[in-house]
Design a protein around this ligand. Structure first.
Ligand SMILES: NC(=O)c1ccc[n+]([C@@H]2O[C@H](COP(=O)([O-])OP(=O)(O)OC[C@H]3O[C@@H](n4cnc5c(N)ncnc54)[C@H](OP(=O)(O)O)[C@@H]3O)[C@@H](O)[C@H]2O)c1
Length: 330
């Protein structure tokens, strides 16, 4: 099993590493941030609610104190806490993405770690103000725009140590193997079936993005992960909050989780494993890691280079139509 203690503990006065993470206030993102903070990273938690992120920051600081209280002074002298900061970001609005990126750039000169973690799953069909199906925009398109805007802070200078991008995909990306076409919104009934195709498509496009970024930016290690089945995060709340059926779904998810699931903290391990020093751009760029960070081969559609190129071209063109110019190199 992966052990977060194996990761390097940083002293920010000599090695200041900056992380930008989306959705770090809840679920497995919360524990990802906790371990980064315990390991000395400067973490920008990009979220849509300042109140929720501030409350998470308070809980993270308390939890860090509890964990450090279990260590001896000898151990603690080599373990320095990082910093936790809030950046406002609503992934359902491209304008908010641009604004968050601008804010970040006024505060930092370089970026070591970009974790594209936020997501929604299996919600009813709807279209954002930018005109994308909502799961596609939040899980993929907005993250594509963030990566495009921030990667320049990661790979231009040799001062940026060990730059990495980690995208939270899902085993659910495999739903897109039935049919992959980003222009097809799967707006059909019943939602409980077709919503999974929309989720799968977004998470497959995310894996394509990672592969394409790895090709275009060989100095930045870009990987995708599936965190495992983490049944106690807010990801399932659309189902568990349904009137009457919500409780049944909750019971079902708990049962499923008790056989196949991992805890919220263990859900962060696949992401954290991708920070280990044995991974390198030469041998691991574009790879996919599943529960506890075990390397896996993603679906055939996700692996297919032609599909990856098509996803890139489609996204660049759709963003351009909306006034957002991104990397057009093929
Ligand atoms: N849980 C699992 O079993 C599982 C399995 C496979 C993959 N994943 C992936 O893992 C990632 C984390 O999921 P989780 O289980 O930890 O779920 P979660 O607890 O619901 O966390 C999702 C995070 O995304 C944020 N978010 C949602 N919509 C947003 C928006 N419009 N703008 C900015 N942030 C937004 C949420 O912020 P708010 O608090 O403001 O809503 C929250 O911080 C997701 O990408 C998910 O698809 C999870």
């Amino acid at each position: 099993m992966f052990d977060p203690d194996k990761l390097t503990y940083l002293d920010k006065s000599v090695d200041r590493r900056v992380c930008f993470i989306t959705g770090g206030n809840s679920g497995l993102g919360f524990f990802t941030v906790l371990h980064l903070y315990l390991h000395g990273y400067i973490v920008y938690i990009a979220g849509r609610s300042k109140q929720r992120v501030d409350s998470a920051i308070r809980q993270l600081k308390d939890e860090a104190l509890v964990r450090r209280a279990k260590e001896t002074p000898e151990v603690l002298q080599f373990r320095h806490l990082g910093e936790l900061k809030f950046i406002e970001l609503d992934l359902s609005k491209l304008r908010s993405v641009e604004h968050a990126v601008k804010q970040f750039k006024t505060r930092e000169k370089h970026l070591n770690l970009l974790i594209l973690n936020a997501g929604i799953m299996a919600v009813p069909y709807s279209v954002t103000k930018d005109g994308f199906e909502i799961q596609l925009q939040i899980n993929y398109v907005s993250h594509f725009l963030i990566a495009d805007r921030l990667i320049g802070m990661m790979d231009t200078s040799d001062d940026v140590r060990d730059p990495r991008i980690i995208y939270l995909s899902s085993v659910g990306h495999r739903f897109a193997d039935f049919h992959f076409n980003l222009s097809w919104e799967f707006n059909h009934m019943p939602n409980i079936v077709f919503t999974w195709f929309r989720y799968g498509m977004a998470k497959t496009a995310g894996i394509h993005m990672v592969k394409s970024l790895a090709k275009r930016h060989p100095k930045v290690l870009c990987v995708a992960v599936h965190p495992g089945f983490v049944m106690n995060t807010n990801l399932f709340s659309h189902f568990t909050r349904l009137p009457f059926f919500g409780f049944l779904f909750w019971v079902l998810f708990q049962l499923f989780g008790s056989f196949f699931g991992v805890t919220n903290e263990e859900g962060s391990y696949s992401t954290l494993r991708c920070l280990e020093e044995d991974l390198s751009t030469e041998k691991d760029n574009g790879k996919y890691f599943a529960t506890f960070g075990v390397e896996q081969k993603p679906s055939s559609v996700a692996t297919n280079e032609n599909y990856a190129d098509e996803s890139w071209a489609w996204t660049v063109s759709e963003l351009s139509r909306r006034g957002y110019e991104t990397d057009r190199t093929s």
